[in-house]
Design a protein around this ligand. Structure first.
Ligand code: IYR
Length: 235
C-alpha cells in the first residue's frame, strides 16, 4: 500500500517514525454487524480445550497460517516478542511427553496443593499426557523476555506477557476457525522445553499447544460459561 500522509502526520521529526498509510478498515451495515458479531460468538462458543486428539495428519501449511494470524497480535512497541516453535517429529514429541509427564507426576503427587487439586478434580485431568505424542503437531509459544540486536546487545521488550497472551488467544482462535482443535497446556515448570528445542537464553516457554483433530466421539467436560452479567460491568 502506498503511503498517504495526512495531518497531523508526518511531524517535523519523521526520522524515527514508521511511515503511515490510510487504514484498510471495513464498515458494515448495522444488520451485518449484528450478524457477524453473533455468528462469531456462536462459532467461538463451540471452541473447547481438547485433550483427546487423533493422530490424523495436519498439513504444515495450516500451522503456518495459524502462526501468521497469531503474529498479527498487537504488542508492546510493536516488538512482537514471541517465537512459535513447531514440531511434528515423533521422536521429539515422545521426549516432550516424557518430560512433561515427569513434571506433572510431581505436580499431582503434591506439588499442587490440595485446594488446587480439588479445583481441578471436576476436569478429570491427571499426569498422563498422551496427547503430546499423539497430536500431529506441537507448537510452543516462547516469549522473548528481551530482544537481541545484530551486535548482540540486549533490547528491552515491553508488555511481554500481555503481548504473548493476546497472541496465544489469537492463535487458538485461528486454529478453531480453520477447523482444528488444541489445548492451552502449561506443563509446569516448562524449562525442559527450552532444552529440548535448544532455544536461546532470551526465550522462555509461555504456552504449549498440541494441535490436531478431536478423536471420533471426543469427550469434553460439560461446563457452563459465565453469563454476560457475571463477566461484564457497564457503568
Ligand atoms: N498442568 C496440569 C494441571 C492443570 C492445571 C490447571 I489450573 C488446569 O486448568 C488444567 C490442568 C495438567 O496439565 O494436568
Amino acid at each position: 500500500m502506498t503511503a498517504d500522509y495526512e495531518f497531523p502526520y508526518p511531524s517535523d521529526d519523521t526520522a524515527a517514525r514508521f511511515p503511515f498509510h490510510t487504514l484498510d478498515f471495513r464498515r458494515y451495515s448495522p444488520t451485518e454487524m449484528r450478524e457477524r458479531a453473533n455468528d462469531f460468538r456462536d462459532e467461538m462458543e463451540r471452541r473447547r480445550s481438547v485433550r483427546m486428539l487423533s493422530d490424523e495428519p495436519v498439513p504444515r501449511e495450516l500451522i503456518e497460517t495459524a502462526i501468521a494470524t497469531a503474529s498479527t497480535a498487537p504488542s508492546g512497541a510493536h516488538q512482537q516478542p514471541w517465537q512459535f516453535v513447531a514440531t511434528d517429529d515423533p521422536a521429539l514429541k515422545q521426549q516432550i511427553r516424557a518430560a512433561a509427564e515427569a513434571e506433572e507426576r510431581t505436580n499431582y503427587d503434591g506439588r499442587m496443593n490440595e485446594r488446587w487439586q480439588q479445583e481441578l478434580a471436576p476436569l478429570g485431568t491427571d499426569w498422563h499426557k498422551e496427547f503430546l505424542e499423539i497430536a500431529p503437531w506441537i507448537v510452543v509459544l516462547f516469549e522473548e523476555r528481551y530482544g537481541v540486536r545484530d551486535d548482540g546487545s540486549k533490547r528491552t521488550h515491553y508488555y511481554v506477557k500481555e503481548s504473548c497472551g493476546i497472541a496465544a488467544g489469537m492463535f487458538i482462535t485461528a486454529l478453531h476457525h480453520m477447523g482444528l482443535a488444541t489445548l492451552t497446556h502449561t506443563p509446569s515448570p516448562m524449562v525442559f522445553l527450552s532444552k529440548l528445542f535448544g532455544r536461546p537464553e532470551h526465550e522462555r516457554p509461555f504456552v504449549l499447544f498440541p494441535i490436531g483433530y478431536p478423536t471420533d466421539g471426543c469427550q469434553v467436560p460439560t461446563l457452563q460459561r459465565k453469563p454476560l452479567s457475571d463477566v461484564a460491568t457497564f457503568l
